[in-house]
Write a protein that binds this ligand. Structure first.
Ligand SMILES: *Cc1c(COP(=O)(O)O)cnc(C)c1O
Length: 426
């Protein structure tokens, strides 16, 4: 057994200082999370000096791996010039121009500090612009941790949604209408039942927050057509998929154009960021030009823009072919392992995103994903950790590859999965 004394000791202290010992619940796992003291390339090292191949990659932002030289160098330069001014900087323009070049729907944008803020404000904008209060949300899609999107999935909740956190007034989530992913009829029905009251439909184009769940052939195009016909704004939350699948995200890949969109994660190059964007016609309603209020001390933060620009320029340079090829090899390798071991589980993913669902599949939506054997996942997770593989600690997250992962990393990981699966299913 790898020694985890130091992590255990630190967690012992942290438990008395932070609820559950962590700053975000997804980081917690039993018996205690690992404290990370260093990251470089595809690797992280915990406080006891254990080296791990990382597929969590901070839940998505680190597409170039940990501490990529170009980003570290740019940050060092900016830090000396000051980290925050509370005034505009030229890098906002450079970043906005770069984003607009890749996202036709991002004519104008605003920089905020997290994906949560981006979706909160984009929904306020959609409501303010249309003068309608309701919006449709897809079950299993995650849009951050603010009130109106923290809504439980479940049948019968489609009209009067129940919040899945206490402390959220039911009046707030009553206006959040739920539909399953990959179900256009449900969208049609929901719009019809709420005729004239639906401001927008928001979804992740690929559900990344329940493990990767892919849209079926006609789904995104269907959403685009339906919302356009019914005068409902289509909001694509590309906080994970933006700059992950292609420079132009899922919209480039699936050739669709949202009315409004959000970015985050990769766009900040490992520093906090959120972005919401849309056509001038809608974005001009944001304060100080319009009457939809949005503000933030750390918005358009020089450090985040610096790391983001360095990352995006590097991505423009290296492209996605190599990275996505690694994802393909990982998924194929895992599928072969399942065949060899005669295991009826499902490998899902696209580009550099993957997950092994411990269920038969197919995984079309949140309900399908939830059928996975989570007790078995915990065993698999523990064994892989012991073998030097660090996954996001949940079956319902996406594993991410970075440009820093090598072919050897992938070979090693597939082998580790094989050994671990053999052990846990024995
Ligand atoms: C991570 C995520 C968010 C929230 O972003 P934060 O920066 O964690 O607030 C919103 N939407 C999607 C699709 C995400 O994956």
């Amino acid at each position: 057994m790898a020694s985890r004394h130091r992590s255990r000791e630190l967690f012992g202290k942290a438990k008395g200082l932070m609820p559950g010992g962590v700053s975000s619940p997804v980081r917690a796992f039993p018996p205690h999370p690992l404290y990370i003291s260093k990251g470089k390339g595809s690797r992280i090292w915990d406080a006891d000096g254990n080296e791990l191949i990382d597929y969590c990659m901070a839940f998505g932002p680190l597409i170039l791996g940990h501490a990529p030289p170009a980003v570290v160098k740019a940050l060092a330069v900016q830090a000396k010039l000051g980290t925050l001014y509370g005034a505009p900087i030229e890098k906002e323009i450079e970043m906005a121009e770069l984003i607009r070049r890749h996202y036709p729907s991002a004519e104008m944008m605003r920089f905020v500090s997290s994906g949560t803020e981006a979706t909160m404000h984009v929904l306020r904008l959609a409501r303010g612009y249309t003068g309608k209060d309701r919006f449709i949300k897809v079950e299993g899609a995650f849009h951050g941790a603010h009130d109106s999107v923290l809504v439980k999935a479940g049948s019968g909740a489609t009209t009067h949604s129940v919040p899945n956190s206490i402390g959220i007034p039911a009046e707030v989530t009553r206006n959040t209408l739920l539909v399953p992913f990959n179900d256009l009829d449900a969208v049609k029905r929901t719009i019809k039942e709420n005729k004239g009251e639906v401001a927008a439909l928001i979804t992740e184009p690929i559900i990344g927050n329940a493990g990767p769940i892919l849209p079926e052939e006609r789904y995104l195009k269907g959403l685009r057509e339906l919302t356009a016909e019914e005068d409902v704004l289509l909001i694509l939350d590309e906080v994970i998929t933006g700059f992950r699948l292609a420079m132009g995200g899922a919209q480039e890949l699936f050739r669709i154009k949202a009315d409004l969109m959000t970015l985050g994660k990769i766009a900040g190059g490992g520093l906090p960021i959120g972005i919401f964007a849309g056509p001038e016609e809608i974005m001009s309603h944001i304060s100080p030009r319009g009457k939809v209020y949005q503000a933030g001390t750390f918005s358009g933060n020089p450090m985040s823009l610096t790391a983001g620009l360095a990352t995006l320029r590097e991505l423009e340079r290296v492209g996605y072919e190599d990275l996505n090829g690694k994802g393909e090899r990982m998924r194929n390798g895992l599928k072969e392992v399942l065949e060899d071991l005669r295991l009826d589980y499902t490998v899902e993913g696209i580009g550099s995103m993957y997950q092994l669902f411990l269920s038969k599949g197919p995984i079309r939506n949140y309900e399908d994903a939830k059928k996975s054997d989570t007790a078995l996942f915990t065993k698999l997770f523990d064994l892989l950790l012991e073998k030097g593989i660090y996954l996001p600690p949940s079956q319902f997250e996406t594993n991410f590859l970075s440009t820093a992962h090598t072919d050897e990393d992938i070979e090693f990981t597939i082998k580790a999965f094989e050994e671990a699966l053999r052990e846990v299913t024995r």
